[in-house]
Design a protein around this ligand. Structure first.
Ligand SMILES: *Cc1c(COP(=O)(O)O)cnc(C)c1O
Length: 358
């Protein structure tokens, strides 16, 4: 297999151990003589996978008993709608920190009264707004903890006077989280916890049953709580691969351990961006810098070298470092499964490029 360093933003790098175990299960699942994609989701072998996956989530994130963990279809994008459908009665408040946050707000506005408390749209979302006020009469306050496209991140568990709802698609399981501070945490699996096709929703059960609207069956969280995430056929392969990804994470030492590594990886790369005369980081405020998505552009006066660097890096095995079209430049997504070796290779590449243009 070709040696590459995968910096894709999602779908993205996953642990090789999880991929290998998933390939095995595709051939012969749990000694059943059948592929994991061919067994009944009502079989005891599959029920065991569901139980183990839920248990891993609970253990790794320390999810309290009054919260349910759901595995659904539809991606984080469907959660943009399900959250207001299930929780919005009088008013919802949103923090607009990027395109994903904007999309979440748009869906809420389609359901009821939703307000934006602060936005960083004025400077292409290159910082996290501070000193905003969360309206105390809101049913919930929605945040996007990691802004995948812009490389900003809320790296702490915010205090909120109302129910806090977080899209954690791209930083879930990158650090310990105090789940009790949130009413709902959701995200697509395809950045840190598995392949695309499954969406996780961690929800405090007492939040439900309070809105007066009719909620369509499939969009009602209660349906999926009652059905144990198997009201309809679950995405079996994605869930299996997610289980294996979480097993890998547990073997790595869990969230404290991975967070330490993630911080080291991000620090190393940001240090090089700050030092290297060819590049500049797009997020100036250090406390807002994401440890998952590192965004940078060519330094002033070097802009015309952008494509040359992209090609140079590609030749050295770097994959997926082109920035999102709305930001330009480069983005290195350095999720849990991205090894330090990849960071070192990218840094070496940046240093060599600087030497070439001395
Ligand atoms: C990728 C991403 C999404 C979209 O997820 P889908 O599962 O593709 O709908 C939403 N929010 C954030 C923060 C993301 O990074």
């Amino acid at each position: 297999m070709k040696k590459v360093y995968n910096f894709n933003a999602g779908p993205c790098v996953l642990p090789q151990e999880a991929i290998d175990a998933s390939i095995e299960a595709l051939k012969d699942f749990a000694g059943t003589g059948m592929s994991v994609i061919c067994v009944s989701h009502r079989s005891k072998e599959w029920e065991a996978v569901m139980d183990e996956t839920r248990a891993l989530w609970r253990e790794l994130l320390n999810i309290p008993e009054d919260y349910e963990i759901l595995f659904l279809g539809g991606g984080a994008s469907t959660q943009f709608l399900m959250v207001p459908m299930n929780l919005l009665e009088n008013k919802a408040a949103y923090l607009e920190t990027g395109v994903w946050a904007k999309k979440a707000l748009k869906e809420a506005k389609g359901i009821g009264n939703a307000v934006c408390v602060a936005s960083s749209a004025d400077t292409t979302f290159n910082y996290i707004p501070k000193n905003f006020e969360i309206p105390t009469d809101a049913d919930y306050f929605h945040i996007t903890t990691n802004n995948t496209i812009y490389g900003t991140e809320i790296k702490y568990d915010m205090d909120s006077p109302v129910t806090l709802v977080a899209d954690m698609s791209s930083d879930i399981m990158s650090r310990p989280v105090d789940v009790k501070k949130y009413g709902i945490i959701y995200g697509g699996a395809q950045k840190n916890v598995g392949p695309a096709g499954v969406t996780f929703v961690i929800i405090r059960k007492d939040l439900l049953g309070k809105v007066t609207r009719y909620i369509p069956t499939m969009l009602n969280y209660q349906t999926h709580i009652d059905g144990g995430s198997m009201f309809n056929t679950p995405p079996v392969f994605s869930i299996f691969a997610m289980k294996e990804t979480l097993k890998w994470l547990k073997a790595k030492g869990g969230l404290e351990a991975i967070n330490k590594i993630n911080k080291e990886k991000a620090q190393k790369l940001y240090d090089e961006i700050d030092r290297n005369s060819m590049f500049v980081g797009t997020v100036a405020n250090k406390e807002d810098r994401s440890i998952m998505n590192v965004c940078f552009v060519m330094a002033q006066g070097k802009e015309e070298l952008q494509d040359e660097f992209l090609n140079f890096a590609k030749g050295k095995g770097m994959v997926g470092i082109k920035g999102h079209r709305s930001v330009g430049g480069f983005r290195a997504s350095i999720y849990n499964a991205c090894p330090m070796e990849a960071i070192d290779a990218l840094i070496a590449c940046m240093q060599e490029f600087e030497q070439m243009h001395k």
